[in-house]
Design a protein around this ligand. Structure first.
Ligand code: EPZ
Length: 430
């Protein structure tokens, strides 16, 4: 099992190019199931999760070819025919987003058998809204022995889908299924994350008729078939926010490029309130902090454009050194404070009660052995390690590899003292 060792105290100075967004790339890859023609995705991140979905797609019949294009890594996906409409437990269990192949499989073949994903470390994460959306589109859904059996022998029918609350995955799933349905679909109370826009843009480039993505009402006019396309994956807003917080934590000046500041406006506002200098530019943003003490600020996670739950752990790490008490409320997932006890091992003062964490800033953190059970929690420990005295050893690095491309390389290029220590392989679910 690989570990990452960080010797804290180095200020960061330099430039970090942001990769394509993991959480968009994996949904875009699933879109390739909807056509027999090739889908070429550029600006692809090379991550454990994208590799993993590639393997599942290959089982379903997709040819997956990775290459280095003019503008960075790309992946060519082509599903001439679906050779199997079954996504087994072992594959879905390891990555929840694999569940999103269900809609495209029904849309393309009229039937599918896909394992239910089960809970994960950050919460129960049911898929009831996904299934309600597919049922509204006319799929017959039966659950047996942990599997969803779905059938729509005469194809899916456009419908009005009204979600009771925002769900990123269910909104994407509804879009992926409805593009080939007969007639019109309206998705009300849709998620508004930028990934909705990226998916809709890609599907439209493939011939779909989607309007309103990025707002709470999405309209889809079903088409009989989709064709091939080339699409550039949007920049990873969570990677952007993570390095912005890392730069603020370590101090110094870091320019984040190939990204968009408006994707992380809620974070930028909170960082400015905490005393971090953020300068937008046309290719991203620059983060600057001199030696001045950070101020404690409060955050509540919320659906986009609110403060992203995927940046909550990183921001908590930042607040461990702020002046005063910061209250952090997690409103999206019921169990997403597992980084708190690990940050406490570094000397942080954090009290968690239900969905609320109170972080009282301390003078210094001290390096220690730490470990986390999910991707964003793990990176919050790396961030804390950048400012901690001495050495921090982050165990279970495979979580980081799921979602951060070349993390050590990007940080060490800016002067961070960070290195990977290779060990025996080990895998676990999200
Ligand atoms: C996506 O998860 C992201 N994952 C998550 O990022 C992210 O934290 C989350 O959106 C919120 O922004 C991917 O895109 C692969 P949701 P998703 O459906 O789609 C409940 C990371 O670290 N819910 O918006 O699963 C759910 O339990 C990951 O990269 C239902 O009750 O999130 C949660 O409380 C972690 N029933 C809330 O809705 C459903 O059918 C929002 O979840 C679906 C969701």
């Amino acid at each position: 099992m690989d570990r990452i060792a960080i010797t804290g105290g180095a200020r960061l100075q330099g430039e970090i190019p942001i990769s394509g967004a993991k959480n968009s790339a994996i949904k875009l890859m699933a879109a390739s199931l909807l056509t027999e023609e090739p889908l070429r995705l550029t600006n692809m991140p090379r991550l454990a999760d994208t590799r993993f979905l590639g393997k599942l797609l290959q089982r379903l019949g997709t040819e997956v070819v990775e290459s280095d294009g003019e503008d960075g890594p790309e992946t060519l996906l082509r599903t001439r025919e679906i050779v199997s409409a079954i996504a087994p437990y072992d594959l879905v269990r390891q990555m929840r987003a694999s569940f999103n192949v269900l809609g495209p499989l029904i849309a393309r073949t009229g039937q599918a058998k896909v394992s239910l994903p089960g809970g994960c470390t950050i919460g129960a994460r049911p898929v009831d809204l996904h299934l309600q959306a597919l049922e509204a589109l006319g799929a017959r859904i039966d659950l047996h022995e942990g599997y969803v059996y779905a059938q729509a022998p005469r194809g899916l029918q456009g419908a009005r889908i009204e979600f009771p609350f925002n769900s990123v995955g269910a909104t994407e799933h509804a879009m992926l299924a409805a593009v080939l349905a007969q007639g019109e679909t309206e998705i009300a109370n849709a998620a508004r994350e930028p990934e909705m826009v990226d998916l809709a843009d890609c599907l439209n480039e493939m011939g779909a008729k989607i309007t309103g993505a990025g707002t709470s009402t999405i309209h889809i006019r079903g088409v009989a078939r989709l064709h091939g396309a080339t699409h550039a994956v949007m920049p990873d807003r969570i990677e952007t926010g993570t390095y912005a917080v890392a730069a603020a934590m370590a101090g110094g000046e870091v320019r984040l490029t190939r990204t968009r500041v408006d994707f992380i406006q809620a974070l930028v506002d909170k960082m400015a309130e905490a005393g971090v200098e953020v300068t937008p530019h046309n290719d991203g943003l620059t983060i600057r902090r001199d030696g001045a003490k950070l101020q404690a600020v409060e955050i509540d996670t919320a659906p986009y454009p609110g403060f992203a739950t995927d940046l909550q752990a990183q921001f908590m790490a930042l607040m461990t050194l702020a002046d005063g008490e910061s209250v952090i409320r997690e409103t999206i997932f019921e169990n997403r404070f597992m980084h708190a006890p690990e940050l406490k091992r570094l000397g942080a003062d954090i009290m968690v009660s239900g969905g609320e964490a109170r972080v009282r800033g301390v003078e210094t953190l001290e390096g220690a052995q730490v470990m986390a059970t999910d991707l964003r929690a793990s990176v919050s420990l790396v961030i804390a390690g950048l400012a901690a005295r001495g050495e921090t050893m982050v165990n279970r690095v495979y979580h980081l590899d799921r979602g951060f491309e070349r993390l050590e390389e990007k940080l060490s290029a800016c002067g961070a003292q960070i290195r990977r220590i290779s060990g025996e392989g080990e895998t676990e679910d999200e």
